[in-house]
Design a protein around this ligand. Sequence first.
Ligand code: ADP
Ligand code: MG
Length: 368
Amino acid sequence: MGPLNLFKRICAAVAMLSLLTLSACAGNAADPDSAGQAATQKIEPKGKVYYSYFDTVSYVYDYSGDSAERFDERSAEVSHILSEYHQLFDIYHEYSGVNNLCTLNRAAGGEALELDGRLIEFLQYAKDMYALTCGEMNVMLGAVLRPWHDCREAASSDPSSASIPDAAALREAYAHTDIALLEIDAQNNTARIADPAASIDVGALGKGYATERAAEYLERDGAFGYVLNVGGNITCIGDRPDGSGWVTAIRDPDASASDFACRLRIRDTACVTSGVYERYFTVNGQRYHHIIDKDTLYPATYFSSLTVVTRDSALADALSTALFCMPWEDGQKLAESIGGVELLWIFPDGEMRSTPGFAAMIEEPTPS
Ligand code: ADP
Ligand code: MG
């Protein structure tokens, strides 16, 4: 990712941060030390920001009133988890002493590699998500995503000579994207990519999966009233002490980063959006974003953004990409069959449709 892209993503994440902070500062929370008494005390949220993971900005917030030491410990462990998954999932760099996805890609067509058990579990999960989404979210799409990525990077350094990948080359690349090319031996903790021209790309799933692992740790540790925001993948652990939840904003895909389509009150859940504005480049006035429809091998055109609210951040991330590549009816049916998945679709003409459960979370603007 170029510095400009990272800057854009930082701006988007900061916009999200200010909304969360705004809602936190607006309310009073019950003082945990005076349970049973009428006295209430405002709890100041604490926050930490990290710039090193998944080419984006990550935040950990505590609204629970934990001591500074407790928060330091918990945020350090969250940072540690994100950092380990960042290294395991990196497809561009290898790290000493670790076989990661970059190592796996470089070994494509060769011998099986021994991998960290967490990576094996993740790869199995990625295959499950492929099956669940009827192949719309396919981590083995690397051969097709790579030329799109390269064109986007080239366009960011020299917009005047921006171009899109050759259609015939994309079709040829698609012949190397079968999910079965990813061979996993969970008994022996090994995996292999069976075709030298195939590669894995976990951009659609990695952040959400790592966020879920960090959320899992926090829950296990008894945290309640924490929010993680990993590049816009938001996960709320529990609720604010006064039970009022958090208000987050869904960006208006057609407007600047500070304008939003709606505001949402959430608690104890994850919220992930895929949108055309996240990463894109322009050729002859036409925008090409970063989510590729396997049926056309071009950026998906059904929606401008798609938001998923569901308990599990990894599932939310997988579905945000997959449903972005599916007609509305198909996405709706898939979500119903899974259950506990609420959605907001924003169409290219600005029309918004949501599931009833999603609509129930929308905050009406406060009358002035
Ligand atoms: P973001 O990572 O920007 O939040 P997504 O979760 O939708 O957005 O993931 C988009 C990324 O996923 C792309 O940058 C690319 O690496 C990868 N990708 C794009 N299209 C697909 C697809 N159909 N299946 C799997 N991965 C995809
Ligand atoms: Mg995704």
